[in-house]
Design a protein around this ligand. Sequence first.
Ligand code: ADP
Ligand code: XUL
Length: 520
Amino acid sequence: MSRLYLGLDCSTQSLTAVVIDVERLEVVYRRSLDFDAAFPELGTSHGVLPSSDPRVVHAPPLLWTQALARMLTAVAAEVDTSRLAAISGAAQQHGSVYCRHDGSPFGAGAFDRALTRATSPTWMDTSTSEECREIEAALGGPRALAALTGSRAFPRFTGPQIRKFAREAPDAYQETGRIHVVSSWLCSALIGDHAPIDRADGSGMNLMEIRAGEWSQAALDATAPSLGGKLPPLVPSAHVAGVLSPWWRSRFGLPPARIVAWTGDNPSSLIGLGLVAEGQFGVSLGTSDTIFGPMARVRISEDGTGHVFGSPTGAWMGITVFRNGSLARERVRDRFGLDWTAFSAALQQAPPGNRGAIMLPWFEPEITPPVAVVSPRYFDLTDREAASHVRAVVEAQMLALARHSEWMGVRPRQIRATGGAAANPAILQVMADVFDAEVTQFDVQDAAALGAAIRAWHADMAAAGRPIGWSDATGAFVKPATASRIRPEPSRAALYLEMRRLHADRERAALNDPAAGTAW
Ligand code: ADP
Ligand code: XUL
């Protein structure tokens, strides 16, 4: 009887499930659950809670466990789960969940009773600049922190968020016996006890020594009191954390499947896109835009824009993250009253290079480069035509992706694109032209969930003493969408090299001068 593996991805706005059949080598099930639509009573918009301070972006952790229960109800009804051998998952990175030391609420399915804090700061939160500065100062500056943990301090990273909580709510912090990331919170829910944090997601906390894969005592001390005792252990991503707890089995009629440690959505997408050798690159155009690729050895981003995370393979990955991804594209789309078809048509109407017009689409505070306040900028973008504005937002995003990934030291020749907006070939053509690289669209939206399913299979085989190689495991499932290869137009290569320089100039001007490029 052929075995099945379930991969889950709890992203910002939705939970996705993918089931693979490893004898037929096919994805046999896919389902996605939109948080806002499925749980209107929790009051989220785009997966997060409304807030009077735009820097504070939280979500209720019970949203994620309720979504897990709703999803497993569907999986149990629609999949032959008697063949389910193992489950793993991925989640938005950096978000933190504050729990009691006692793990028994997980076993009882009483996830609300596990909590010492009702809401979780998410990766979109930018409210901890002060804590970032303090942590960096305590550890010898941003470069020293990056050399130690793989990244300088970023407001969304878990360490600065923990520091803020410990300062603002010292009693609740003291009551907190375990601090999870979103991935280990959901893994805990499945095994019925506190789960470990895998090294790939653990590297997004500013707390782990990036080379050794262990908590850094110096970083713990610089962050919050008695933090070491509150963190779960770090484990390799292939660690089997337990089996599906009796609560899920009796409630949903599911088998005692192995639960493989959960990881971050970006490390999981690395596997789901088959990126297992240095030189390969992925770009995810989701709520955030990210560019990432495997790294055989640790290279630190000198200008401080990128991060080095662990890879589920045990090596590392470089990644640069932009907050103004899909929501910025939507902002421009909606401003001109377009749908995606009209957006794509408008994109193709304006000439490549947009006659030198540059937008810096900081419609929300930006991560790369760090921009603390909402401040979109417009340089030589004087008309109010949809075409030039659509072209400007997409070109700006692609130029930023290209420029702010140069620190990884490898020039992308082939890019695998994923995420919601990778469904749009017009956007991918701009990506191909700006990078002067071939772009292949991979089964969009599901890369992180597919990566989780493949990781579940890979770890289950290793645990059974029959290990499989990463290339074999990914190659079996990771296939480009039909006819999705988009080639760069050679005549545009020189133009976009010039645009890279112009974009860098405009960005520098905007960062140095609050009034630069403000009119449109
Ligand atoms: P996340 O996983 O980060 O929640 P997704 O990868 O699912 O996000 O991407 C969702 C986004 O994809 C939507 O917010 C929407 O803006 C975008 N999207 C969907 N279809 C298209 C399209 N045809 N063109 C451009 N963007 C699209
Ligand atoms: C990565 C990051 C985002 C989230 C989105 O550093 O902040 O990509 O993981 O889910």
